[in-house]
Design a protein around this ligand. Structure first.
Ligand code: F6R
Length: 358
């Protein structure tokens, strides 16, 4: 697919993924407002630990939240991707937020049921399914949102609703101005990377073109590590493309030693360094040294910088840019960005074997 023939994108993009990507700023604003309307009983003002349960596109919001609030939230934020919550998930000081776009993800439902037996303070975040029914039956506070898309395309909800919830329970400040700034910054950048902007002036299309046939390895540090994770999963699910992510400074203690072998991988790898001028000062030095190392080793790498003032704007601007890159790579890979047939196959096979133990 020629990236400069956007009127033809619909031939591959059967379900309008490009519109969903374009709506991320509005999603964030709508989600923030929705979270502020949630009524919670008094015990929710005495939370000692936040645990987010979810998988895939519904878990990444929790990991982004963890990175964003690490320097501010006085209690731990843990993300559980699996069937069984750790033993510390118990008692009325533990806020357990079950996030599932569909409401039917078996790992999330199983972990929530196990947590409920431990007397936690639950909240459900979903568009419906079994999770919404369980919330109604058990009187669990429900953040219900309506947005028709793939779960990963509802990130504005899954991330910002969690942030709004943490504000509602008194664990983080009022992020209204940051959410507004992030939406503004995303919208400004979007005007330069939308489909109608030709590759010669469109950095997202140009980057996607350079990634064709390559292995993207996305690096991020601190609050941008989860953004690197998001880029990786968007390459997987939208572009149907292998991708990995690594975190700085940890990667300086292992990954950099393994750049040489297999040689074919080194030649195919394309490192994307997600940076911010808000990164820790020593991390900024490490980024520069990493670039030097790659030049010496002949590893191709490119740096992308977060935009705006607030950490939230840096995160969301890079997420939005990455979503566009993954979309353009899908077009170049001649694949429909929306369906995730392999995930559907796995869920179906598991269901055939029998229901998960609650
Ligand atoms: C699909 C996607 C997946 C799902 C995951 C969990 O777009 O991103 O990673 O998010 O299979 O499903 P939900 O989100 O319905 O709980």
């Amino acid at each position: 697919m020629d990236l400069d023939a956007p009127t033809r994108f619909g031939e591959l993009d059967s379900d309008g993924m490009i519109e969903r990507i374009g709506e991320l700023p509005q999603q964030c604003l709508a989600a923030w407002t929705l979270a502020q309307e949630l009524e919670l009983p008094p015990p929710y003002r005495a939370v000692q630990h936040v645990v987010v349960l979810g998988m895939g596109g519904s878990a990444i919001g929790g990991t982004l939240l963890q990175g964003l609030v690490a320097g501010e939230c006085a209690v731990p934020v843990t993300v559980v991707r699996g069937y069984v919550p750790p033993a510390f998930v118990h008692g009325p000081g533990c806020l357990v937020v079950a996030c599932s776009y569909s409401g039917n993800t078996e790992e999330t439902l199983s972990a929530l049921n196990a947590a409920l037996e431990q007397g936690v303070l639950p909240v459900a975040v979903t568009t419906g399914g079994a999770l919404a029914s369980l919330a109604q039956e058990r009187g669990i506070p429900l953040l219900h949102f309506d947005y028709s898309s793939q779960p990963r395309a509802a990130l504005g909800y899954s991330f910002t609703l969690l942030l709004g919830l943490l504000h509602r329970v008194g664990l983080v400040r009022d992020y209204s101005t940051h959410v507004e700034e992030a939406a503004r910054v995303m919208t400004q950048w979007q005007a330069r990377i939308e489909p109608q902007v030709p590759t010669a002036r469109n950095a997202a299309k140009a980057l996607a073109g350079r990634l064709v046939g390559r292995l993207p390895v996305v690096y991020g540090a601190g609050f941008l590590a989860a953004v690197a994770n998001r880029w990786k999963t968007q390459f997987n699910e939208n572009s149907k493309h292998w991708a990995f992510f690594e975190q700085l400074p940890e990667l300086h203690h292992n990954a950099v030693v393994g750049l040489g072998i297999p040689r074919s991988v080194r030649e195919q790898a394309f490192v994307l360094m997600l940076r911010s001028d808000l990164d820790h000062p020593r991390v900024q030095v490490r980024w520069d040294v990493t670039q030097e190392l790659f030049s010496r080793e002949g590893v191709e790498a490119e740096t992308l910088e977060g935009r705006g003032e607030s950490p939230l704007a840096h995160m969301l601007s890079l997420i939005h840019f990455g979503d566009y890159v993954s979309y353009y790579l899908a077009m170049r890979n001649s694949v429909d960005p929306t369906p995730v047939e392999t995930i559907a196959f796995l869920k179906k096979r598991l269901a055939e074997v029998g229901p998960a133990e609650a």
